[in-house]
Design a protein around this ligand. Structure first.
Ligand SMILES: NC(=O)c1ccc[n+]([C@@H]2O[C@H](COP(=O)([O-])OP(=O)(O)OC[C@H]3O[C@@H](n4cnc5c(N)ncnc54)[C@H](OP(=O)(O)O)[C@@H]3O)[C@@H](O)[C@H]2O)c1
Length: 219
């Protein structure tokens, strides 16, 4: 994609994975709108609606937001579900429905590798992200003829604030991983840049498991 005069909107772009994607797209001359919760809080539908009124189109859209805390099955409340349904599903749906992605554009969704193997801790995350992944697939089919490329990036553990919040003994955690090493979010930034810069299109509709071989399934 020739990136002169092209725009990218990066939700959750102020930290972690989103921030690295922003850095990489800037390197190829994208005009990048980096969003923190100040620009859009996806748990608040009014904030999402205001955002869509203000920003109407983009060439590259990164759907990303903060992750929910681990809550045990027995402790989950209706309010937990409502908040994160807005944050991780309904706001993304509204954005996909209303914000125009220019022809030949890209949508990347940052989900999680646990959509493939849900556990008993990050239940809100795995449930809502599985649903969002299904919605994204439908969206990708809808957009085939506009040549809009849609990719679901499903990360395993990457070294960001999110993991710092979830992990207590970092060394022990890294040792438990197949590569004995946590992921570097720069790699996701570089991956997104590579796809966009090289106009990789036939990958559309796919989920890319960026998980350091945590999931055992080969499909
Ligand atoms: N890191 C991992 O290992 C990993 C693995 C699997 C999945 N994920 C998921 O991937 C996403 C990005 O992860 P990360 O590690 O980069 O997270 P992070 O370092 O915590 O960054 C989260 C980003 O999302 C923004 N954000 C938080 N709550 C938001 C809200 N309600 N509305 C809109 N934006 C919000 C933050 O903005 P502020 O500056 O306002 O805080 C920040 O820019 C998360 O959903 C996470 O659960 C991460």
């Amino acid at each position: 994609m020739v990136s002169k005069n092209k725009t990218a909107i990066i939700l959750g772009g102020s930290k972690g994975i989103g921030k690295e994607i922003a850095k990489e797209l800037k390197k190829i001359n994208f005009k990048v709108l980096v969003c923190s919760r100040k620009e859009i809080d996806t748990s608040d539908l009014e904030s999402t609606k205001k955002f869509i009124k203000k920003f109407k189109k983009a060439d590259v859209l990164i759907l990303n937001s903060g992750g929910p805390p681990p809550i045990k099955f027995k402790d989950l409340t209706i309010d937990n579900w409502k908040k994160y349904f807005n944050q991780l599903f309904l706001s993304f749906f509204l954005i996909l429905q209303k914000l125009k992605i220019n022809k030949n554009g890209y949508v990347f969704y940052i989900s999680s590798s646990i959509i493939k193997e849900p556990g008993n801790s990050l239940i809100v995350s795995s449930s809502l992200r599985s649903a969002m992944s299904s919605l994204l697939k439908s969206f990708s089919i809808e957009k085939n003829l506009k040549k809009i490329t849609v990719i679901n990036i499903a990360p395993g553990p990457f070294k960001t604030k999110r993991v710092e919040e979830l992990v207590t003994n970092f060394r022990k955690f890294e040792n438990s991983l197949p590569l004995k090493k946590i992921g570097d979010p720069k790699e996701i930034g570089k991956f997104v840049k590579f796809i966009v810069e090289n106009e990789i299109k036939y990958i559309t509709g796919s989920t890319v498991y960026f998980d350091g071989n945590i999931n055992k399934s080969f499909i």
